[in-house]
Design a binder for this molecule. Structure first.
Ligand code: C2E
Ligand code: CA
Ligand code: CA
Length: 419
């Protein structure tokens, strides 16, 4: 497999898609397009060499093929990307079923060079006519879904039709940032031992004048793919710190956790910006926690470790977000100057009814404590789970059982009133 084999693969895919889409429109029967991304290929190449990397990609392709039905078509469209065309499906649900079948296939290891490898993949789903009637828009929706899937706990996503149907454009986002239509919500972090609020996670909200609140799960990927993430990150750091100052002025010490997307994390000048902002707002570095996902760090391990080192040298605390959904969690964590680990909510919500999740949560808590790292369980939706986490010696908890995210000013006012 060489670069030439997928140099024009996108256009080749669109050319094949064209007639299938026409047939689908004519018959009124939907068509599905899945985008499968293999994660961590670069890291795999670094550790095992290109030869083994190519073998891995070939095995992935064979595994994709094996999960499909006769008539489904597979295209390699990038070094670690595949498109799967499902020419005729009874309805959109069948595209989701095909995606889960694919993901299930990857729960088993592949053999590369005599060694077992667990390939980490994510799948984006697009369906015609819902997501577009022409090849171009269908492919763009499938790509956008893959971007969402990479951040989803269950590794698959379907582009929300309304993002595109309502015609929200990247330009609207830039305007929204400038016009102040973005706001910070705070969600409480609960200290399980002391039984009080230990801090707040800053979560961005886009208050759209006609479409209501839009989740960052929608606009962060949009900002990442359109070169606007640096602007969004700067906004989010400044807005979050501003609220931290408000809390201090109201007499409350409120450590604030700020999310950095994977792309933002890799941007140049990030640490400088953050340090500058801390000085500007007069916020002590140890009142700020930077949340970054494990996948963002291991995407470029050396660089990731360097950035984390610099942040911790400045006194900023670092939290590994969505812990457990990446594939290499435990081994790498020893290398990082992390102060906190957030167990992904896919393990926590419903852990009481799932022995495997419960055991994993237990193991993650013990492992983190062994390394001297604080543990936050996110996605705590009921008090029974909250109590169990306290018994398991978990440090902090976050979730609907404690409090939902609310506008930062209201959150601070609530804390002041409760004092
Ligand atoms: P996250 O960091 O995993 O944040 C937690 C998400 O889970 C939030 O969704 C929160 O509202 C939701 N959540 C909280 N408690 C519960 C619960 O008990 N059950 C369930 N099912 N969900 C709960 P939200 O606010 O929509 O944020 C989505 C993601 O967007 C965040 O995931 C975070 O990665 C990202 N994000 C949020 N704000 C920013 C930002 O300012 N910048 C960047 N780069 N990313 C952001
Ligand atoms: Ca977070
Ligand atoms: Ca999280």
């Amino acid at each position: 497999m060489n670069a030439g084999s997928y140099a024009n693969a996108g256009t080749a895919l669109m050319a094949t898609l064209g007639p299938h889409l026409q047939a689908s429109t004519a018959s009124g029967r939907p068509l599905g397009l899945l985008m499968l991304g293999l994660q961590g290929l670069r890291q795999f190449n670094i550790q095992n060499g290109y030869g083994n990397g190519e073998r891995l990609v070939a095995k992935v392709q064979a595994m994709v093929q094996a999960a499909l039905r006769p008539g489904d078509l597979v295209f390699q469209i990038g070094p670690a990307d595949f498109a799967v065309l499902l020419p005729v499906i009874p309805d959109g649900k069948h595209a989701v079923l095909a995606a889960s079948r694919l993901l299930r296939q990857f729960e088993q290891t592949l053999e590369v060079n005599g060694r077992p490898v667990l390939a980490s993949v994510a799948v984006g789903i697009a369906v015609a006519p819902e997501h577009g009637l022409d090849a171009d828009s269908l492919c763009r929706h499938a790509e956008a879904s893959l971007a969402l899937a990479l951040g989803a706990a269950d590794r698959m996503a379907m582009a929300p039709a309304q993002v595109f149907d309502t015609g929200i454009e990247p330009a609207d986002l830039r305007e929204a940032i400038q016009a102040g239509h973005l706001g910070i919500h705070f969600q409480p972090l609960w200290d399980l031992r002391a039984g009080r609020v230990a801090g707040a996670e800053a979560l961005a909200r886009w208050q759209h004048p006609t479409r209501g609140a839009i989740s960052p799960a929608v606009f962060v990927p949009m900002a990442e793919s359109t070169g606007m993430i640096a602007e969004l990150t700067r906004w989010s750091i400044n807005a979050s710190l501003q609220h931290a100052v408000d809390a201090r002025e109201a007499g409350i010490r409120l450590p604030v956790s700020i999310n950095l997307s994977a792309v933002a994390f890799a941007e140049r000048g990030l640490v400088e910006h953050l340090v500058g902002a801390l000085r500007l707002w007069g916020v002590p570095a140890d009142d700020v926690v930077i949340e970054v996902t494990e996948t963002a760090i291991i995407a470029d391990l050396d660089k990731g470790a360097r950035i984390l080192d610099r942040l911790s040298a400045e006194g900023v605390r670092v939290s590994i977000d969505d812990f457990g959904v990446g594939n290499s969690s435990f081994a790498y964590l020893r290398e990082f100057p992390a102060t906190e680990l957030k167990i992904d909510r896919s393990f926590v919500t419903g852990m009481l009814g799932n022995e495997r999740s419960l055991q994993l949560v237990k193991a993650m808590i013990d492992f983190a404590h062994h390394l001297g790292i604080r543990v936050v369980a996110e996605g705590v939706e009921d008090t029974a789970t909250l109590e169990r986490l306290a018994e398991l010696n978990c440090d902090h908890a976050q979730g609907y059982a404690i409090g939902r995210a609310q506008p930062a000013a209201d959150f601070i006012a609530g804390l002041v009133a409760g004092h």
